[in-house]
Design a protein around this ligand. Structure first.
Ligand code: FE2
Length: 293
């Protein structure tokens, strides 16, 4: 383990460069170069061995994510929740939501929201609309059936995005770390909820970096302040440029993603006409994060 959080506690402090510069070089050198470097094979995701767990924690520390194979476990929601338990994440948002909202398939639920369709999802972190005081810190997926074609994900560790922004435009980063940047807006009524807004980057109580972002504007009201708008544009262009640190891969049946809610896309897909063969991924979102120490 790198133990960066203990070694460089001020790496996200914009008033100090010493920890940041050392951590940045180590972080970028250790960052996985392709999806293969993210994969950890498990014998049974519901009963990991200590060595398997150590490999997951080490990979998550390097990239805030890893791709795993389920092994002999059943491909179902309970296996995903059991995986979370073993990694210390257990506080989900399930009780507050539509019963089928964690089955990602072309069901057309929630007014045909994009995750429940075959359309492309642009870059986002999950549950941005909860606000920065009530953030989903971990996002787990488990694929039962992939699409006939397409449906891959691009992923980017938000700590890498932080580094790119700090090096390119630290003033923009300062705005995104301190100001109330965007709030939830009810798409049906246009009403803005000031209790579900906040920053774009911030650190949690343990000193880890949190991030919330989405290109979607229908349910997100960005501040009209000129410095926030300018900083938002810098961030959006950095994400759109898709640097060499973006990793792309497709989850096949029996594969999944463990992540500290990293930025991701979902590419467009072609699905089966047979309802029983449609793409199906289970999703769990947690208020806790993997690697809390
Ligand atoms: Fe998502």
């Amino acid at each position: 383990m790198k133990r960066w959080n203990a070694k460089y506690p001020r790496r996200f402090d914009l008033d100090s460069n010493e920890d940041y510069l050392k951590w940045r070089d180590e972080k970028l050198a250790a960052y996985p170069k392709n999806v293969g470097e993210l994969v950890v094979e498990l014998g049974d995701m519901t009963a990991m061995t200590p060595a398997e767990k150590a490999r997951i924690l080490e990979t998550v520390e390097r990239a805030n994510m890893c791709v795993y194979t389920a092994g002999s476990a059943e491909l179902e929601m309970n296996s995903l929740l059991a995986l979370g338990q073993q990694l210390g994440v257990r506080h989900t948002d399930k009780s507050a939501r539509h019963a089928q909202s964690d089955e990602l398939t072309d069901s057309g639920i929630l007014n045909r929201a994009i995750p429940f369709s075959t359309r492309h999802c642009n870059w986002h972190t999950d549950a941005t609309y909860y606000g920065s005081d009530n953030t989903i810190q971990a996002l787990f997926l488990l694929c039962k059936r992939p699409a006939v074609e397409g449906g891959s994900n691009k992923v980017l560790d938000h700590e890498v995005l932080y580094i790119q922004l700090r090096d390119k435009d630290p003033g923009a980063l300062e705005v995104l770390m301190n100001k109330d940047c965007f709030n939830y807006r009810n798409p049906a009524t246009g009403e803005i909820d000031l209790h579900r807004g906040g920053k774009v980057f911030w650190t949690n109580a343990d000193g880890h970096l949190c991030h919330r972002f989405s290109f979607r504007k229908t349910d997100m009201a960005w501040s009209g302040d000129s410095d926030v708008a300018a900083a938002g544009h810098v961030l959006e262009s950095l994400i759109s440029d898709e640097s060499a640190y973006v990793i792309e891969g497709r989850l096949e049946s029996g594969m999944g993603l463990i992540s500290n809610n990293v930025l991701h896309t979902r590419e467009r897909l072609v699905d089966s006409d047979d309802a029983a063969k449609k793409r199906l991924l289970f999703r769990a979102r947690f208020y806790d994060r993997v690697n809390p120490e």
